[in-house]
Design a binder for this molecule. Sequence first.
Ligand SMILES: [Zn+2]
Length: 159
Amino acid sequence: MKVFNLACEHGHAFEGWFASGDDFESQQARGLMRCPSCDSAVVHKLPAAPHLNFNNSPEPRAPQRTAAAPSATTPAPAELTPAQAEARALVLQTLHKLITESEDVGERFAEVARKIHYGEDEQRSIRGVASVEERHALEDEGIDIISFPVPGGIKETLQ
Ligand SMILES: [Zn+2]
């Protein structure tokens, strides 16, 4: 039995239980997998042993604000529907789990992620910091990483 962390196109995170990895692939291919929150069939698997990458600056190519809403800042919690708030809490919960169960390798993130990928180091989840260039190089080598900005303070809270 395999348990995968899954997420739909709307960011609802949930767990899927499968007889094998192949079982997941075939159910996904046939569109049999549905998000329990919104019934979307667009479901993808979150890496089981992700390498978490903290970067303190937001990805420059990902626009934080749109031209249509020049004064928009981070949405206030009050703007979320209960369902959205619940989905968000689930995603945060999943992230928190990934973070607390991974090893902090700090500045050596890129080096260690590469060693693990090529079997030169023990297979495990790690987290740390990497520059934009390092992240792109890792992605080019096919190394799974999850990258997200860490606002000041959160890093400490999570450890
Ligand atoms: Zn959904």
